[in-house]
Design a protein around this ligand. Structure first.
Ligand code: ARG
Ligand code: ZN
Length: 417
């Protein structure tokens, strides 16, 4: 079996990119709370006018909290504009560059741990080669319960892997859970949790009961090109890496590229936007391969779970607009009982469009649309102190807190033959 070696210099040769890493020196993250529609409109205008990047927007009954990435050259004017509008703001991160450097000491492929037989652990964020190396290690070490499925290749020709975890000796078709991570490149906690879940299900005997009545399909890195790019060149890269236009901007937002209500609210036709929807639904090899694989298993997959960050929320379809499926209360009930297992972190639960923002073409909506009854987007930690730059010391706490929720999901899915 071949392991893709994710070496940035190799990528440079192969794709002719001659890129220097992007620096975020002097960039800040601001948090702005508005308490009326009027204020919200004003804020939106300012954001648009100065082309500021929105990191998160969360709504409650009384307020909307918007977190922004603010480049050094607009900090002064933004401050003036907000003060004029009487909108208060706080600086959550003072110098992004420092946080990026402290978050995950620069490293490439880790060396092989001779004790474990692979180079994976959950004390730091790993390069793709470590992750794929671990998947290959598991498949060859535990053939009785692991199948490594290559479902296609990314735009830059990296393999797309789904790990099937099941009891190979049992011949009945069981209801299944799907979990994916790494749709968005910079949300590093997501592949970290997905690989942690894989490890728990495969390598920890105490969790064997979770395989009795349920099969698991786990895709830890749906957007491997973006993931590698976020490690090697731009820590805040979100999209795929495809070339789609004559602009120099690359990449499509995979979570605006799925084929349900594609191109609706919260999406962009601008190839330079971070929420660019692409030229058509499933234009990206990553979303195309993933959706085809899921469709082929749609009769057995009962629960679709996609891992993102940040905000600590369980988001329920529909996300394209504030619209509720007819069985929304079932979905809400299961999500609530899952997050009730968390002891360290509190999660909000609700309709995606209502408690975040409307955004069409999401994978969760698409999964729901093809008949997968339970479909959720989990926005993992934190709530904004570090945002996408969650320090590696948080990986284990987040993973350990999350894992018990799978008991709840598995128990429900087991009843859904
Ligand atoms: N943070 C995610 C995004 O912006 C939330 C997606 C929620 N689901 C949805 N269909 N809008 O992509
Ligand atoms: Zn995301």
């Amino acid at each position: 079996s071949s392991v893709f070696t994710a070496d940035p210099s190799a990528a440079t040769e192969e794709f002719g990119i001659d890129e220097k890493a992007v620096s975020y020196s002097g960039f800040q993250v601001w948090s702005i709370t508005v308490r009326s529609n009027g204020e919200h409109k004003l804020l939106r205008q300012i954001i648009e006018q100065y082309d500021v990047e929105v990191w998160k927007e969360q709504k409650t009954d009384k307020a909307a909290i918007t977190e922004l990435l603010v480049a050094p050259q607009v900090q002064r004017v933004l401050k003036v504009k907000l003060t004029e509008a009487d909108i208060s703001y706080g600086i959550k991160i003072n110098d992004l560059h420092t946080v990026i450097d402290n978050g995950n000491a620069k490293h490439n492929m880790s060396s092989l741990n001779t004790k474990t037989g692979h180079s994976m652990d959950w004390t730091k964020y790993h390069r793709l080669a470590d992750i794929y190396g671990y998947l290959n290690y598991l498949a060859s070490t535990y053939p009785s319960r692991v199948e490594l499925i290559n479902i296609g290749t990314s735009y830059e020709k990296r393999p797309l892997y789904v790990v099937r975890i099941f009891n190979r000796s049992s011949s009945v078709v069981k209801p299944a859970v799907w979990i994916d991570g790494g749709i968005h490149a910079r949300e590093w906690i997501s592949p970290a949790l997905a690989t942690y879940i894989i490890r728990q299900l495969v390598e920890v005997p105490a969790n064997e009961a979770l395989l009795c009545n349920v099969d698991w399909f786990i895709m830890p890195v749906m957007n491997p090109d973006g993931y590698e790019y976020s490690h090697a060149f731009n820590r805040l890269w979100r999209k795929t890496r495809s070339v789609t236009s004559w602009t120099s901007c690359r990449g499509v937002d995979p979570n605006r590229n799925f084929g349900y209500k594609w191109g609706g609210l919260g999406t962009s036709t601008n190839p330079c936007s971070d929420v660019y929807k692409g030229t058509r639904a499933f234009s990206e090899p990553e979303t195309f391969a993933t959706s085809n694989f899921i469709k082929g298993k749609a009769s057995s997959i009962k629960l679709y779970l996609t891992l993102h960050s940040y905000g600590q929320a369980a988001l329920i379809p529909w996300g394209y607009n504030v619209v509720y499926p007819s069985d929304y209360s079932d979905m809400l009930e299961l999500a609530k009982s899952a997050v009730s297992k968390f002891t360290k972190y509190r999660y909000r639960v609700g309709n995606a469009a209502a408690i975040y923002y409307p955004a069409a073409g999401g994978s969760d909506d698409w999964a729901k649309s093809i008949g997968i009854k339970y479909s959720y987007t989990f926005e993992l930690s934190d709530t904004g102190a570090y945002g996408f730059l969650l320090p590696a010391s948080n990986i284990l706490p987040v993973c350990q807190d999350f894992f018990p929720a799978l008991d709840v999901f598995a128990a429900k899915v087991a009843t859904m033959k």
